[in-house]
Write a protein of this length. Sequence first.
Length: 140
Amino acid sequence: MTSHVSAGEEDTRRLGADLARRLSPGDVVLLEGELGAGKTAFVKGLAAGLGLDPDDVSSPSFALVHEYGPAGKPPVLVHVDLYRLPGGGAPVLDLGLDEQGSATLAVEWPRPPLTERRAWHVALRIEPDGSRTIELTEPF
């Protein structure tokens, strides 16, 4: 596990972009942290690191899933927010997250059973001074 301190959204995005360059096709990034901790900002960084426009990324809190990539081609990044999804089990499996091919899967508020794919864990914590501590755990 590595730990980083982010002074603001740009730092958080930079850490996301740095991670994107280390990912293999089909990797999963599980993002945990309270509301406002910077999970979507981190995904914007992932998007930039994957060659996508980070300004296209928005929180999928109400839609549950947003796909990003070139028009007419399979997605490069699939951004999922399970905050509003009730419980675990069948509702998560019904999303078909293992059917996303080589897309990077970024999941906010993850819960099992989610996927059998290789997963990175990112925990974001808001500090009293407003900075964020971001802990990154690589897949085993």
